[in-house]
Write a protein that binds this ligand. Structure first.
Ligand code: G3I
Length: 365
């Protein structure tokens, strides 16, 4: 019988290929990124007359995520009550916290201090610094205390920086008006740290990859000494991006800037506006060309995230599927004259995985 001699290199190649094909393929996003960072999603829980997410999506789809955050149900106007801390509305946050804890998922708290969706009775813009400070201390102490051990990451202050170079801070904020200074930011982090020393505390904003805004955030951090005082753990980059902006270079520079300050980074509200922030573009169909453009965009973003996973602890999508996204009604931060179907997330209008989902999940690098 003639023996067939197979070169060693060929044998090795065959074994390697067999091994690679046997490598257990991740079945969910959370599994795929288990060694890199948490994968989160913003959800509804019946707040604002919404459908609770567990009734909208099946358990298997939700199982792609290991971190939850409420899109609206834990905002100041949804929780705060002028009747006092015993009347705060924790209903929606508790529903999500219970769901997350039952499944070993983490939770983000969105949001303690924000200029929007926040009652004047809480901020007390006309009553001066001491009244506003006392109100904030009572509110944060009760609110963060209630979620101690359940909410692991807090958006302590959201969007406090000016959108243009004329000023560092958003001086139109009711909190800024009450204090007459940005010191309300320091107080917010101080009170949150005291209420739950184990929670991780973030400053969050949009357009953080825009160099001017990024530098104004750095100015705020340095002026208030938040890092030196041990009051802040990370920066939340909202991630309301599009097919073109930001460039990977701008994203990398942003990650480098804040990681060099010893800060953790979370992408807290990721979605990709397929109209690139142009309200004038008529509604598009989800064409194969658009499907590929979205998959390519998510690929380059997640490749950057993976290269920087030492500095990124979570990437959170601002929704689960395209059937529920704020981007059907808003473009570049302004209401659209009429709803326009957008395709910003990894699951489509029928809650099925898109090409972008597989591109993000089945990475090979
Ligand atoms: O659902 C109710 C509806 O029943 C009611 O008739 C209607 C009356 O106005 O309100 C509806 O609630 C809306 C809610 O979304 C739920 O759809 C609110 O009006 C609307 O203001 C609210 O918009 C939210 C927006 O923040 C408010 O600023 C979006 O869902 C939410 O995705 C968006 O999220 C923000 C983050 O919190 C901060 N970063 C930016 C991001 C996008 O703007």
């Amino acid at each position: 019988m003639t023996s067939i001699k197979i070169p060693y290199a060929v044998l090795l190649a065959i074994c390697t290929l067999l091994l690679l094909s046997c490598e257990k393929k991740a079945q969910t996003l959370a599994e795929a990124y288990a060694d890199q960072f948490l994968i989160g999603a913003a959800v509804t829980a019946g707040d604002y007359q919404s459908q609770p997410f567990w009734k909208m999506y099946d358990e298997e789809l939700i199982g792609n995520f290991n971190l939850l955050v409420l899109e609206n149900g834990m905002k100041p106007e949804a929780v705060y009550s002028r009747m006092g801390v015993d009347s705060y509305n924790y209903k929606f946050g508790d529903l999500v916290a219970d769901y997350a804890q039952a499944r070993g998922m983490s939770m983000r708290g969105h949001v303690l201090i924000w200029h929007a969706q926040s009652p004047a009775a809480l901020m007390k813009p006309q009553e001066g610094r001491e009244a506003s400070r006392a109100s904030m201390k009572e509110y944060i102490t009760a609110y963060v205390g209630h979620y101690r051990g359940k909410v692991h990451y807090w958006d302590v202050v959201n969007e406090a920086i000016s959108d243009d170079w004329s000023d560092t801070y958003r001086t139109s904020s009711g909190w800024f008006k009450a204090y007459g200074s940005p010191d309300y930011i320091t107080d917010a982090f101080t009170f949150a740290r005291a209420a739950d020393p184990d929670a991780k505390l973030y400053y969050v904003d949009y357009n953080v990859c825009e160099s001017g805004k990024r530098e104004r955030i750095v100015t705020m951090l340095n002026e208030l000494g938040l890092v030196e005082k041990g009051l802040i753990d990370g920066i939340g980059i909202q991630g309301h991006w599009n097919l073109e902006w930001p460039s990977i270079a701008e994203l990398q520079e942003t990650i480098d800037t804040f990681s060099a300050m010893g800060l953790d980074i979370q992408i807290t509200e990721l979605d990709i506006d397929c109209y690139n922030g142009d309200p004038s573009v008529p509604e598009m169909a989800y064409t194969p060309e658009l499907e590929k453009a979205l998959a390519d965009r998510y690929q380059e973003l997640f490749s950057c995230f993976r290269r920087n996973s030492d500095h990124i602890s979570a990437v959170v999508f601002w929704g689960i599927a395209d059937d529920h996204t704020w981007l059907h009604k808003i473009s570049a931060g302004r209401p659209l004259p009429s709803p326009r179907t957008n395709y910003p997330l990894l699951f489509d209008m029928k809650e099925k995985p898109k090409k972008a989902y597989y591109t993000v999940r089945d990475f090979r690098d």
